[in-house]
Design a protein. Structure first.
Length: 269
């Protein structure tokens, strides 16, 4: 059991672009309802997977009814998050959002110009294809000893992860490119990404203006994992100290769309 969970943890984080096996779907469902498969909340954040935070934040922004299904099982593309909708499974947060936009008639970007949409696309891809890997490296390489605390998994699984998962993680990062850099070089890359977001955000409440759009869900998905997790991390310092407008940005989205945050994380005593 422990080995299976450990293997799944590694797979959903690092199997980018690989298809998973056929998933078991629920026998009964409510038509039009989204069943969102994500990992369970931990003490610091509702989900430790950045793209799951992105997708769930989008669902809340778009006011789409959904039910979270907590677990480590990966979806049809071998990753978390994934959804069940009208008896069908769908993976990839970006494709899910595109589908739900069409299905539900949602357009969080309706106020944006074509140029604004291009900028939004660029920021989304930066945080998901570059910043994400710096975050993953920070967790799996720089703070591996803190993973048990972050993921709230047993030490037996951590033991297996150390001797099975760590090598897989390093190989995935080497193949992507982030693993070929020194720690100092990666910190510089991450600082440039976060500085770009901070400077573009400026004093605006949201990236593209006065109201949130899709890019805010994507950026919050990544930044929330830095803002609220691993306080010993340099990423925590960058977001909370070096660029205080990013901290305020995260808190703004958290307060507006995650009123149940403390209840989910068990911090509402």
């Amino acid at each position: 059991m422990s080995q299976g969970i450990a293997a799944t943890v590694v797979r959903w984080i690092f199997s980018r672009g690989q298809k998973g096996s056929k998933v078991a779907l629920r026998a009964e469902f409510t038509p039009g309802k989204v069943y969102l498969h994500v990992t369970a909340p931990v003490k610091t954040i509702p989900c430790v997977a950045p793209n799951a935070m992105k997708l769930e934040t989008y669902l809340r922004m778009a006011d789409i009814p959904y039910e979270p299904m907590y677990g480590w099982g990966v979806g049809p593309k071998g990753k978390i998050p994934w959804i069940e909708y009208n008896g069908e499974a769908m993976g990839d947060s970006g494709l899910i959002i595109e589908f739900l936009n069409r299905e539900k008639g949602v357009d969080l970007n309706q106020s944006l110009s074509d140029a604004d949409k291009a900028v939004s696309r660029a920021f989304t891809k930066m945080v998901e294809e570059n910043t994400y890997w710096g975050l993953a490296r920070n967790r799996w390489i720089d703070h591996f000893d803190k993973l048990q605390q972050l993921y709230e998994i047993p030490w037996s699984i951590m033991f297996f992860l150390k001797y099975f998962g760590l090598g897989k993680a390093k190989q995935a990062m080497w193949n992507q490119g982030i693993g070929r850099h020194s720690t100092e070089e990666v910190e510089g890359i991450m600082d440039k990404d976060l500085k770009a977001i901070s400077r573009f955000l400026g004093t605006k409440p949201y990236l593209m203006g006065d109201e949130p759009t899709e890019v805010d869900a994507a950026v919050f998905g990544q930044l929330s994992e830095m803002c609220y997790c691993l306080p010993d991390s340099y990423l925590y310092r960058i977001v909370n100290v070096d660029y205080p407008n990013l901290q305020a940005y995260c808190n703004r989205i958290k307060d507006r769309y995650w009123s149940d945050w403390d209840k989910l994380t068990g911090n509402n005593a």
